[in-house]
Write a protein that binds this ligand. Structure first.
Ligand SMILES: [Zn+2]
Ligand SMILES: [Zn+2]
Length: 132
């Protein structure tokens, strides 16, 4: 059985990475958590790249953070309870929808090419859905 790291990481929970055994240079074996070692050295917890964003309390580098956020969204959508909660926030909080829409509009004006590509992806998806 491999020992696993039980360090608490605020946004992730328990680290749960299999510990690797190395020697400390004096012939003594020590177990280290590769990921926690990275984290302590202000590197990304998943890939080990140096981080520039929030080095003191962040965990991921920018691409990994985006991937983690996307995964969180996916799991939230699969969870009916979380989806309902989000919908409730959306409809009950005054100004929430307007604020979101305004931000979206600003983004579209700032990135017209990206918005266009996004729209085309959406159209292609709709077409694929209607044909099946
Ligand atoms: Zn760890
Ligand atoms: Zn990373």
């Amino acid at each position: 059985m491999t020992a696993r790291c039980d360090n608490q990481i605020s946004s992730i929970g328990v680290c749960n990475t299999p510990l690797s055994v190395t020697t400390n240079g004096f012939g003594k074996t020590i177990t280290v958590c590769r990921r926690c070692h990275w984290r302590a050295n202000q590197r990304c917890w998943t890939c080990g790249h140096p981080r520039t964003n929030h080095p003191e309390f962040g965990v991921y580098c920018e691409p990994c953070r985006k991937a983690a956020v996307r995964a969180a969204w996916k799991s939230a959508r699969r969870d009916p309870d979380k989806a309902r909660k989000h919908r409730e926030t959306y409809t009950s909080k005054p100004g929430y929808r307007e604020k979101k829409n305004a931000a979206l509009r600003a983004w579209r004006e700032k990135n017209p090419e990206k918005a266009k590509a996004q729209w085309q992806r959406y159209i292609a998806k709709k077409k694929a859905q209607s044909s099946t």
